[in-house]
Design a binder for this molecule. Structure first.
Ligand code: M6R
Length: 608
């Protein structure tokens, strides 16, 4: 959701900024723009549509010479996607240029005030107020003007700012929207996310909330909103550039699906120590784990679907009551946070606005917060009491795959260790779980071999208008994720139902040739789900079923059957999701859609 890239150094800024923006395309956007100081003035170009339009407009940046500039990809919130609303926004004198990620919530009031003072607006955006406010407060010192403005705005921001009076500087600031500063000798960068910098540097400073940064070729300074000079240490990013490239795959999504075995290994193996699961870094002592009376898991989208699996596994193994909540609901429902309860926030990006707000709400009510997060140093990771980092590496495709898989693995490990510590399972059962965890990466690799068969099946569903997914227990939780995966990248309307719930309304939608994907991997629930499959078949549905060896009889009922290998029943979701991810991928591909950047979606949802 909106991307910022900025550069100052000895090279031409525009091509570097455009390249940085292209590495942020995955965040989702509908227009793009760039501003560069050319030695005399700040020159700007912006255009609605894909980055390619801006690249053409600026001759790949060559038309905007200069070594200091800022760029932006905009995901429209206030004002439709068009040239005028694209960032940067400048004041009337063209002496200040601003790019912004976030929402200025009190912009209407600020705009009215500025208009009364004679400022003329040329866009419908909330961001433009910042350019005019900076003009209003600027008396020669950019940091002072930025402080004054930011004390008056409500909402969230990551900002890149140029002042014509200070041509060899970039100014940056953040509150609740991510921003990193990169350093490579005399070259300095700002970006919304690390992949935009990896080509140039792995040395970064993560900006904290309410910090201002000034970047020049010579140095970087950080200030608080009260003008106090701050001392910050750079961090070396572990990811390398190959992680943010397609590496020969047609799409990031396909690459990331194939990275799941190694992502799982990187998440699981570092924690397997001396026949236990090492959670020491989480600061959850055995005493605290024993005292736990309730767990609330809060997340959005696929991370929420991982939470639903987490609930089944935690309750089954550790025998702790677990509730799951969508973060956008949790934050407004006055949840009850009892002593000895734990709130788990799950997020790939660690920047999802609703999840971050839920975290803050739960913390304010006195809960202890454990975050399951993929992006190191992200807002959720920083604000949680403890973090279980997933080892997925950078995930670029909007549709999450490997991060989701790693979230499942994180829940398995929490559940198994909590169960061991609380004495809810015996040593043999615990050893069995460890063995199953160790086998998972190889089993996922084996399943990826069914890619061609899935492509063949997916091609039969290209013309579908609606698809229903169904399953029971963990199979239902996986159906939720399979259905979301499909709808977000294929634009086919899709719903997931607990198979037993179909009869309570939804079955009226089943008619001749209605596509149904049935997940039936649970031995215990198989007869029940089979009955539900028969019920939809009787009404004409075309059924693609997923099951485990031993249920060959399903071929007599379903139109197509896919077999997934067996594992520990509570971990089955890690295997059954693989064909569903590939299914969604190939349906999207077959329909000729933009798999990695589906319409209207953003990778990191940093606004409410
Ligand atoms: O970064 P997060 O895990 O907090 O993101 C949550 C959702 O926005 C995300 O999972 C979304 O549903 C994905 N696009 C699904 O593929």
């Amino acid at each position: 959701m909106c991307g910022i890239a900025g550069y100052i150094g000895k090279n031409q800024a525009a091509p570097i900024i455009l390249d940085g923006l292209s590495r942020l395309e995955y965040r989702g956007y509908d227009s793009a723009g760039i501003a560069v100081f050319d030695g005399e003035r700040i020159r700007m170009a912006k255009a609605a549509g894909r980055l390619s339009v801006l690249k053409e407009l600026t001759d790949n940046g060559r038309a905007l010479p200069g070594c200091c500039g800022i760029g932006h990809t905009r995901w429209a919130t206030h004002g439709r996607p068009c040239d005028e609303n694209a960032h940067p926004h400048m004041n009337r004198e063209n002496t200040i240029a601003v790019v912004h990620n976030g929402i200025i919530e009190n912009y209407r009031k600020l705009r009215e005030k500025l208009e009364r003072k004679g400022y003329v607006f040329s866009s419908e955006t909330d961001t433009e107020v910042l350019a005019h406010m900076l003009t209003e407060y600027y008396r020669g010192d950019p940091v002072e003007a930025i402080e004054k403005v930011l004390h008056r705005v409500e909402g969230s921001y990551a900002l890149g700012i140029l002042f014509l009076d200070h041509p060899h500087h970039i100014y940056a600031a953040r509150r609740d929207s991510p921003l990193v500063v990169g350093v490579s000798g005399e070259e300095k960068f700002i970006a919304s996310d690390v992949p935009a910098l990896l080509e140039h540097t792995r040395t970064v400073y993560y900006m904290e909330n309410e910090e201002i940064a000034t970047l020049s070729a010579g140095n970087i300074r950080f200030y608080s909103l009260d003008g106090e000079l701050l001392s910050k240490k750079p961090v070396t990013v572990e990811w390398d550039i190959s992680a943010a490239q397609k590496g020969g795959y047609a799409h990031f999504m396909l690459k990331e699906i194939h990275e799941q075995p190694s992502a799982l290994r990187d998440t699981i193996f570092p924690r397997l120590k001396d026949r236990r699961i090492d959670l020491d870094d989480l600061g959850l002592s055995e005493e605290k784990i024993r005292r736990l009376r309730r767990i609330s898991i809060v997340a959005c989208g696929s991370a929420y679907h991982a939470a639903v699996v987490g609930k089944y596994v935690l309750e089954a193994l550790a025998r702790i009551p677990v509730e799951t909540d969508l973060a956008s609901e949790y934050r407004y429902r006055c949840p009850i946070c009892e002593p000895d309860s734990l709130v788990i926030i799950v997020s790939q990006s660690g920047e999802t606005a609703d999840s971050l707000a839920a975290l803050r709400d739960a913390k304010a009510r006195g809960s202890r917060i454990l975050a399951i997060v993929n992006v190191v140093g992200s807002s959720i990771a920083r604000e949680a009491d403890c973090v279980f980092y997933t080892g997925a590496g950078p995930e670029i495709s909007v549709a999450t795959t490997k991060a989701y898989s790693c979230q499942l693995a994180a829940f398995y490990m929490l559940a198994a260790e909590f169960a061991r510590v609380r004495g809810a399972i015996g040593a043999d059962r615990f050893c069995g779980l460890l063995a199953a965890l160790k086998r998972l990466p190889a089993q996922v690799r084996e399943l990826l071999g069914c890619q061609e068969k899935i492509q063949f099946l997916a091609n039969r569903y290209l013309a579908a208008d609606h698809i229903f997914f169904m399953g029971r227990g963990i199979d239902y939780a996986i159906s939720l994720e399979g259905s979301l995966k499909l709808k977000e990248i294929s634009y086919i309307h899709s719903e997931a139902y607990a198979a037993g719930e179909l009869k309570h309304g939804t079955i009226s939608l089943i008619e001749e040739q209605t596509p149904v994907v049935a997940v039936a991997t649970s031995d215990r629930l198989y007869p029940k789900t089979l009955s539900n499959i028969v019920e939809v078949k009787t009404r004409g549905a075309m059924v693609l079923a997923l099951t485990t060896p031993g249920h060959e009889d399903l071929a007599r009922t379903a139109d197509y059957v896919l077999f997934v290998p067996e594992t520990e029943p509570l971990f089955m979701g890690s295997l059954s999701i693989i064909p569903l991810q590939l299914f969604a991928y190939y349906v999207s591909l077959g329909r000729g859609l933009d798999v990695d950047k589906p319409r209207n979606l953003a990778k990191s949802v940093t606004v409410e």
